[in-house]
Design a protein around this ligand. Structure first.
Ligand code: PGA
Length: 242
């Protein structure tokens, strides 16, 4: 894996956006794997800026999001569907038909997960996958576990994830389950950009980069990916720097 360290989250986000924009300029129909959370916001701001400047069009670009809460209606304020449309999709020229976000309210969750994996394959796989990381080392919602996961599946969220994300649910009513792309699917992406900012991520980054490859720290699997780039700010890289 390649490690790049930046002074600020904005600079790390700009570097991630540069790679994404370059990919889309080279291949307008590129397939992007996208993430939610606070970390990718500078990436999306920069993608919007580059689109508004006329550097890039996303009109043929295809996207797949990593995850979505189970049983949360798409139009709910805290859904990842709402997050993606407010923070990126409504601000660029993407074709809504090319946007793929898991339906957490699908009556048959297993069928929804299989449908999603099928669509990714049909699209030719993900060219660039953007990832954040949880303080517990999760990627997507692949929580620490005894084994690495495979395809898209429904997961019970860990206490650590619930503690980190409860702030996004004004009524305190956070779903206990989510649908997430599995580690097997993430590892099939041709290029992976993991972005982490802030000191709260420093331990997880240290374990992912310097620790053993173990499903107890799901992000450590990226040590085995042929083209994984970690884009970190100084605070997240704090334990790596000595
Ligand atoms: P965050 O979440 O960007 O909001 O810290 C990252 C993650 O949980 O993957």
């Amino acid at each position: 894996m390649e490690i790049r360290i930046f002074d600020t989250p904005e600079e790390a986000g700009k570097a991630a956006a540069d790679i994404i924009v370059e990919t889309v300029v080279a291949n307008p129909a590129a397939v992007l794997g996208l993430a939610t959370g606070a970390t990718p916001l500078p990436v999306y701001r920069e993608m919007i800026r580059r689109y508004e400047k006329g550097d890039v069009t996303f009109s043929k670009t295809v996207t797949f999001n990593l995850d979505e809460y189970s049983s949360l209606p798409r139009k709910a304020e805290s859904s990842y569907y709402t997050f993606m449309w407010s923070n990126l999709f409504s601000r660029i020229d993407i074709d809504g038909d090319n946007v793929h976000i898991l339906d957490g309210c699908a009556p048959d969750k297993a069928a929804e997960c299989a449908r999603f994996d099928g669509m990714i394959e049909e699209a030719g796989g993900v060219d660039v996958q953007l990832l954040g990381i949880g303080t517990n080392g999760h990627i997507g919602f692949n929580e620490p576990a005894d084994e690495f996961t495979g395809g898209t599946f429904e997961v019970k969220l860990s206490q650590s994830t619930r503690d980190s994300n409860i702030k996004y649910f004004a009524d305190g009513n956070m779903p206990e389950y989510a649908l997430t792309i599995g580690i097997g699917t993430i590892m099939k992406a041709k290029k992976i950009l993991l972005m982490a900012t802030g000191e709260s991520k420093a331990k997880a980054i240290y374990a992912a980069v310097k620790g053993e490859v173990t499903p107890r720290c799901p992000a450590s699997v990226l040590q085995n990916h042929p083209d994984a780039v970690f884009l970190l700010d100084k605070a997240a890289a704090k334990l790596l720097e000595d």
